[in-house]
Design a binder for this molecule. Sequence first.
Ligand SMILES: [Zn+2]
Ligand SMILES: [Zn+2]
Length: 141
Amino acid sequence: MDNLETLISSLFTLVFSIAVLIYYLNPKKSKCYDCHDVISIHKENRYTLTVNEEQCALCRKCYTKRQKQESLPAQNCYCCGKKFNARMKILEWEVYKSAYFLCAACNRKGKSKLKSQFQLPEIFPDYFIKMHTSYQGKIIL
Ligand SMILES: [Zn+2]
Ligand SMILES: [Zn+2]
């Protein structure tokens, strides 16, 4: 009886070591897809990512990083195309009820452009009225 128990437990150990071996030999399961760190066999530190319909492992650190990235309102600056990351300031512009997301640099550029456009109506009315009246007058003459 004792022998059988020993046999079973050693068999179990053997199966477990094989499973561990297979796990660590398969980089798709044991290595982080992003940082290439080896992830321990314990499930709580292992996350998965599907790339081209294949399951790849992610470490906890890279998983949280990706989660943060995905939760950004946009992935790229609408203006210069720069890729956003979680540490960057992302500014939202609402233009004709559509939202556009700009990086801090483009936001500054946009703001100064907007200012010059806002100043235009102050210059425009007189100019427009003059053009309008001279247009009517000159055509008739
Ligand atoms: Zn990682
Ligand atoms: Zn930009």
